[in-house]
Design a protein around this ligand. Sequence first.
Ligand code: ZN
Length: 264
Amino acid sequence: MAWVDGKSYNPPFVRILVLSDIHSNLEALDSCLAAAPAHDLVVNLGDTVGYGGNPNEVIAKAQALGRVFVRGNHDKAVSGLMNLEEFNPVAGLATLWTRDQLTPENLQWLRALPQGPIHVDELPGLQFVHGSSLDEDEYMVSARDAIAPLITNPVPITFFGHTHLQGGFVLSGEISEAYRPGYRTVGQPESSDWPLRKDRRYLINPGSVGQPRDGDWRAAFAMFDSDTWIVSFYRVPYNLRVAQEKILAANLPQRLATRLATGR
Ligand code: ZN
């Protein structure tokens, strides 16, 4: 609630739940949704499908949650918008399997997802991308990768995904620095706050819901408060065994199941 001219009003989107790289992992998505605090808007940064065993179920849930979507490279590959030459064999097999499983309606939905950067009228200081604002398929892994997007972005805060690495980058002056949230455990639900400064520019990755690759197996997401400019990163355990069994039962590459346990 905020007050303007002595009257109260509710700004439309204050608490934003940011999800990315769900990758057909229904168990991880359910855990994130159960752990997420109350929110006014859900943003999905892409790669809703690919790798995991529940593509149709995850799409149904994502559609029910979200208003703001960005397409990811897996969404494009599965729906035939991108060829598989750039994918490794494991990702390629998962793409073909996913394409085979999806209903025609869900394939069409993936094909129609918008390319980032996405802007939302009610959130003027933010934009949403899958890879980077300069190239939707680019990986921003190092502080060096982040410099050009940080300098050229038209808004102070860009949320991105694609790398599956939770954290972000901040530009102060001409220096780009990486930020990683700190956690104390490897098996409990945890959150870590990153208060942003209004005189800096940021790239923020909520981490991957369904295929974490930063050495932490827990499902990742982030909340952003557009009033206080605090980003809260979360890691939550989920039913890993069930997610793995679905991958194996589908005859997907075994590696996709085993790597869930290590978050690599
Ligand atoms: Zn991804």
